[in-house]
Each structure stands twice: as C-alpha cells, then as structure tokens.
Design a protein around this ligand. Structure first.
Ligand code: EPZ
Length: 417
C-alpha cells in the first residue's frame, strides 16, 4: 500500500494554482444526464471521484472523454438507468445521479452510496423531496428501486439544508411539470455552480445563491460548455498548511468570495491575508493564536470539511481551543491520529478541546477520510522527524496533486509505493 513519507520542512513559501472543485464537478457531471446531447466541462480536476463518476456515466451508456482538464459527456446513446453496486459504493456522489436519472428515465436502480466514514449519512432527505415530486422509492436492504409515473413540481421545506438532497431536488425539479419551490436549501457555492450550469443549459431557476429556490420545470435543455470553479476546500488546505507551518504563500485562482469564514479563522490565528487581481497572499510569521471556540456549520458558516485541518493548526496554537462539529456525528477520527504525533486533544461528544503544544513529532499515522488525511499531511510537514501517512487513496479522491503542490511550497514529501 502506498503512503506519504514526510520530513519536517516548515516554513512554506511559493505560489500554486488551485485546481477545479470536486464538490462542484460531481453534481455538474450528473446534471449532463438531464439533456440528450453534449456537455463540456473545463478545469476538471483529475481526481479519483471524477474517474468513478466517469465510470458511472459510461455504464449508463454515455460517451465520456477526459483530455487534460476538459471533460466531454455525450448522452445521445444513453439507455441505462442502473448503477451497479460496486460503483455506487465508491463515493457519496453516486446518489446525486438519482435526481437526473428520474428526470430522464422516470426510473433509477442504484444502491446506498459510499463515501467518507464520517457519520451514518442517511438519504432520507433525498427520499422525502423526490417522493414529494412523485417518485416511488422501494428500498430492499441497501438497494433502491425508484420509479415515477409523473414528476410534478411541489413546495418543499428542507428540515436540514442537505447539500446532496438539494442537488437531487434541483435536478429533478428541472424535469418536473410545473413550478417547484424549495425552502431552506443548502447554500454551499457548489449549489450556486450547479444552478448556473442548469440555467446555461436552458433551465429556469430563481433565487440562486439564496436558501429559497423557484424552479420552472419542463424547459427544453441544450448543449453547454462550462468551467468548473476552483476548489475552496483545497485552497483552504494550503492556507491552513501555511498557518500551521508558518511562511508566506500565494494562491492563484483561489475562490476568495467563497472563503470568508475561512479567512476570518486564519486572521484569528494571527495570519495576514492580502487579495489582489486573483492572487491570494497569506503571511503567517508566528505560532498560531488559539481560537477559544469554532463551530462547523452549513454554508456560509465554517465548513465541516475543514474541521480536521483547523484542528491540526490548533495543535500548535499558543493556548486552548475548542471546535464543535455540528454537521457529522463522527468526524473526529483524525484526532486519534494527531495524538500519535504528540497532539493534546480531548474529545467529549461533538466537542474537541485542543491544548496547543509548541512541537509535534513524526509518527506512522493512517488517513481515515479525505480531509482528515490532508490534515495528517500538513501536521507531518510541521512535525519534527519523519511522518508516514498510510491509506493515501482517501486523499487522492479529492486532491489532484497534493504532494506536488506542497513540494512546490517547500515541503519535503514523497509518495512511496
Ligand atoms: C456534501 O456531502 C459534500 N460532498 C461533503 O464533502 C460535505 O462535508 C457535506 O456536503 C457538507 O457540506 C459532496 O459534495 C460530494 P449533506 P453530503 O447531505 O451531500 C445529514 C468532502 O470531504 N443528512 O449536506 O452528503 C448527513 O448525515 C465531503 O468533500 C441526513 O440526515 O452532505 C449529515 O449529518 C465529505 N439525511 C448532514 O445531513 C440526508 O438525506 C450533512 O449532509 C442527507 C444528509
């Protein structure tokens, strides 16, 4: 099994370009199913989850071609609405093919999705909204058989602003008859990006970027070409690496307007942030300050995907910090791995109390999920000695070139087979 071997190599310096967003490109790939024609996506990240979504689209009968960062999806020969179990279980995003398949075939046959083991991750909100539009969902164990005589617009309030359920709702509503009013939807930037793509294809969606969407279904859709926005979580990963290790970096193509909560936390750590003409500069010239309390929240709050990365930074902070995880019920596994590196972290329920220490030491640690793996990597860059991060396949799901980018910033990191 391959692993990252990392040697102490702080501080960081240099500049890198942020690649396209995993959590934007996956629903946008699924949205191509809604239209019989050709969809072209550019700035597509070459990451495992994209490769698995390509396999799903090919299984449905689509012609799919990825050349460098340009992905062309031709759905004219698409005939199949069945997603096999081994693909459905590869990632969470297989479930967001459900809405488009219903919109296109009024049928879908798939399985409960896979993805990071950060909680139970049910799909009840997906089922509720699609049922409200006329779907009949028959679950047998992990298998889902879904049919819809007719898809009709409805008015629906999300009791929790689920990102995936919002994406499924929007894509199904685009094909439903009549108007759909969705309230308390997720407001993550990836929802905005999906809506912009659907509008570019000919859909009618009002309220984009707000928690209240109005979708006029039944519009005819057409070919489109659209650029995938930069990955805000990947951008923040490099920012937190610098906050932990010290130094000065420049990010090109950083989605600055989607990073407000992240930049606020970086400033609380004592970092300086400058932004001009698409270049985001971060300067961290001292040990990070402790942050008394941070809570993960749905957008525009502090993102749960950055919880373990912030924890890694606060392991070095000068004082006591508390992080409360409110989105996923078991997303603190990485704390156990950071403790192997000398971190002083106490977990009680959904709160982590971190007593910063001036030093961390290298250790053999294991990634348990995508973002937790990235947190262990940045901790290894700061720690004294050598750190080996196992199970790096988690990291390859969402980072196109983590070790190359960090090496370009001066980190001593290599991938060992
Ligand atoms: C998306 O997952 C992201 N994944 C996750 O990023 C991200 O952590 C999450 O949104 C929250 O921002 C992709 O976009 C591919 P949710 P998703 O539905 O859609 C509960 C990463 O590292 N819930 O908003 O699965 C659920 O259990 C990944 O890139 C239900 O109870 O997130 C969780 O507690 C990790 N019933 C909360 O809502 C449902 O039907 C948030 O889930 C659906 C969700």
């Amino acid at each position: 099994m391959s692993f990252f071997e990392i040697h102490e190599s702080a501080p960081l310096s240099g500049q890198i370009r942020v690649h396209g967003s995993k959590n934007a490109v996956l629903p946008m790939m699924a949205a191509a199913i809604l239209h019989r024609g050709i969809t072209v996506l550019t700035n597509v990240p070459r990451i495992l989850d994209v490769f698995w979504m390509i396999e799903i689209l090919k299984t449905l009968g689509c012609q799919v071609c990825l050349e460098e960062d340009v992905l062309t999806i031709d759905t004219r020969e698409m005939t199949n609405f069945v997603i096999p179990r081994h693909l459905a279980e590869k990632m969470r995003s297989s479930i967001i093919c459900l809405g488009p398949l219903l919109g296109c075939f009024h049928r879908a046959s798939l399985w409960h999705p896979g993805g990071c083991s950060i909680g139970s991750r049910p799909i009840d909100l997906h089922s509720e909204i699609l049922t409200a539009m006329g779907a009949l969902i028959v679950e047998e164990g992990e298998h889902l058989e879904v049919t819809a005589e007719k898809l009709s617009g409805c008015e629906f309030y999300f009791r929790f602003p689920s990102v995936g359920a919002t994406e499924n709702a929007i894509m199904c509503a685009v094909c439903a008859e009549g108007k759909t009013i969705l309230k308390n939807v997720a407001r993550e930037p990836e929802i905005r990006d999906l809506c912009r793509m659907l509008v570019a294809m000919g859909a009618k969606i009002d309220g984009i970027g707000t928690s209240h969407l109005i979708i006029e279904g039944g519009q005819s859709l057409h070919d489109t070409t659209i650029r995938i926005p930069s990955d805000r979580i990947v951008a923040a990963t490099y920012l937190f690496a610098t906050a932990l290790c010290g130094g000065q970096i420049i990010l090109l193509d950083a989605p600055i307007y989607d990073l407000k909560a992240v930049i606020a936390v970086l400033k609380q750590c004592g970092c300086q942030v400058q932004y001009r003409k698409g270049r985001l500069k971060l300067i961290c010239s001292q040990r990070p300050y402790a942050i008394p309390y941070t809570k993960t929240e749905a957008y525009p709050g502090f993102p749960t995907d950055l919880q373990s990365l912030l924890m890694a930074v606060l392991c070095r902070a000068d004082g006591i910090s508390i992080i409360e995880e409110t989105i996923f019920e078991s997303r603190f596994q990485t704390a156990l791995e950071l403790q192997k590196m000398g971190a002083d972290i106490n977990i009680k329920g959904n709160q982590a109390t971190i007593r910063g220490t001036a030093f961390l030491h290298g250790a053999d640690v294991t990634a348990t999920d995508l973002r937790g793996g990235a947190a262990l990597v940045i901790a290894g860059i700061y720690a004294q000695g050598t750190t080996r991060v196992q199970a790096v396949e988690h990291i390859f799901r969402g980072y196109e070139r983590l070790e190359e980018d960090l090496s370009a910033l001066g980190a001593d990191i290599v991938l060992r087979q």
